[in-house]
Design a protein around this ligand. Structure first.
Ligand SMILES: [Zn+2]
Length: 197
């Protein structure tokens, strides 16, 4: 039996074909958090799956698949099977990461998400400030990154860790439904520039 119909082929927002299952739970659970960092699952929060729940998410833009055909429905065996297989597959392939690897992966995810938002015009810069960091876009606009966490989190440090000693990394990012390559470079201490390749 094919499960082709149970799993969406691509994201309608960004055209990515990396569709991943959403799993119940909290990011404080280590396994779930690791799988989420690796783009293998998305987190649904602590809700029970009911008919109509969105269960598929896009690994590239984070949007949930809302097409009715792919919303949870116990009576749709093809969908449930595809979903359960995808969740099982994610857990079966769990790669445990150490703290340094987690930091780098987090740093990469921040750079990728800012790139999705600010790389439209070709480049942007991130500059460390005493409290967090500034995002400067190519048109000169500045956005201060504000953490909604009470605990100061070292986002800039994670991005810096990701760039490593060599101070530069290339990664893929989808912008306007197109797969692009971005190049992030530490151009000075506390300053990262991201360009479209
Ligand atoms: Zn998407």
């Amino acid at each position: 039996m094919t499960t082709k119909e149970g799993r969406p082929h691509k994201c309608k927002y960004c055209d990515s074909t990396r569709i991943i299952p959403g799993v119940n739970g909290s990011p404080s659970e280590d396994e779930l958090y690791t799988l989420k960092l690796q783009d293998k699952i998305a987190l649904l929060g602590c809700f029970e799956l009911v008919k109509g729940s969105a269960i598929w998410s896009c690994a590239d833009c984070g949007e949930w698949v809302q097409d009715e055909a792919y919303l949870y429905d116990e009576s749709n065996s093809e969908l449930v099977q595809a979903y359960e297989d995808a969740v099982k597959n994610a857990f079966d392939n769990l790669e445990v990461l150490n703290e340094a690897e987690m930091r780098k992966l987090n740093g990469f995810r921040f750079l990728r998400s800012y790139s999705r938002e600010y790389l439209n015009d070709g480049f942007f810069e991130l500059e460390k400030t005493a409290k967090s960091f500034l995002i400067k876009t190519s048109d000169g606009a500045k956005h201060e990154f504000v953490s909604n966490s009470l605990i100061p989190i070292d986002y800039f440090g994670m991005m810096d860790d990701y760039l490593g000693e060599e101070g530069t990394k290339e990664f893929e990012v989808r912008i306007n439904k197109e797969a692009c390559v971005a190049v992030a470079t530490r151009v000075a201490p506390g300053k990262i520039q991201v360009k479209r390749k």
